[in-house]
Design a protein around this ligand. Structure first.
Ligand code: SF4
Length: 267
């Protein structure tokens, strides 16, 4: 259950606001039922994917999504706590919502910037690219550009193709005028090898993100065998990315720091 300071207690479409490492105070939007995703990442902090799907559909009434967010924003404004961002960051993949583009357009009327945190797996679909283009800030996941590693780490559905996704990301970024962030989760022995990181960094250079984020698992992952890389490996990854990209940042504390994972904001 996510905290909702607007209407505490229930399962909410709008939740928070929460302090976000990237977005300031962020009001979260849960436009997808829990753990409905196109991936089943080994490192997912939400547990195994209940429903793996690549089919876009209407999960909640789009008017309800917009209404819930608008109601929450009205209460926050009344308390002079207007959030910095409205962020689509459900417990699943937000672009599976076929009404995402409409919802983004409607929410712009609230005058608050809109962010979407996506695993990018549906970006080969031009309708998804069009929907995301309406946001002000978009994060796309690129954990690897190697097919075998991708299947191991992200455990995608068989009907997805990594090459199709990477091409979709290229096409999206060609036309996107907002702030583009990328997110790469580092896992010990899976994608933290130098050649693997070099290949990811070269791809990211092509799409020229405003900022590339490196992350490590900070909460118990779905697969208990998953390990965060050593501090040395994280530092090496940062150095490899910095060779190719002008703006690289850690999305997490390093493994040996004392800050507890529970202290970290969700995004
Ligand atoms: S894409 Fe995100 S929500 Fe989906 S399985 Fe991976 S980490 Fe979990």
């Amino acid at each position: 259950m996510r905290e909702n300071r607007c209407c505490p207690g229930g399962y909410e479409i709008a939740f928070g606001p929460v302090p976000s490492r990237r977005l300031g105070m962020s009001l979260g939007i849960n436009n997808i039922p829990p753990k409905t995703c196109s991936y089943n990442c080994r490192y997912c902090r939400l547990g195994g994917t209940d429903r793996t799907t690549v089919t876009r559909e209407t999960f909640y009434s789009p008017a309800d999504v917009v209404g819930a967010v608008a109601g929450c924003v009205a209460q926050l404004r009344h308390r002079r706590e207007t959030p910095d961002f409205l962020t689509f960051v459900p417990d699943g993949e937000p672009t599976l919502d076929e009404n995402l583009g409409w919802e983004i357009q409607q929410l712009h009327a609230l005058g608050i910037r809109i962010a979407v945190i996506s695993n990018a797996s549906l970006l080969s679909d031009p309708r998804v690219r069009r929907d995301l283009a309406g946001a002000d800030w978009v994060s796309v996941k690129v954990d690897t550009v190697d097919d075998e590693t991708w299947r191991t780490v992200n455990r995608s559905r068989r009907d997805l193709s990594l090459q199709g996704i990477l091409e979709g990301i290229r096409r999206f970024t060609d036309d996107f005028h907002g702030h583009l962030a990328t997110e790469t989760m580092l896992l010990q022995g899976m994608n933290d090898q130098e050649d693997c990181l070099e290949a990811v960094a070269r791809f990211l250079r092509e799409i020229a993100p405003d900022r590339a984020y490196l992350a490590i698992p900070t909460r118990p992952p779905t697969d208990p065998a998953v390990r965060a890389p050593s501090e040395e490996a994280v530092i090496r990854a940062h150095a490899v990315f910095c060779k190719h990209l002008p703006s690289v940042e850690y999305l997490c504390s390093l493994p040996d720091r004392t800050r507890r994972p529970a202290d970290l904001a969700p995004e």
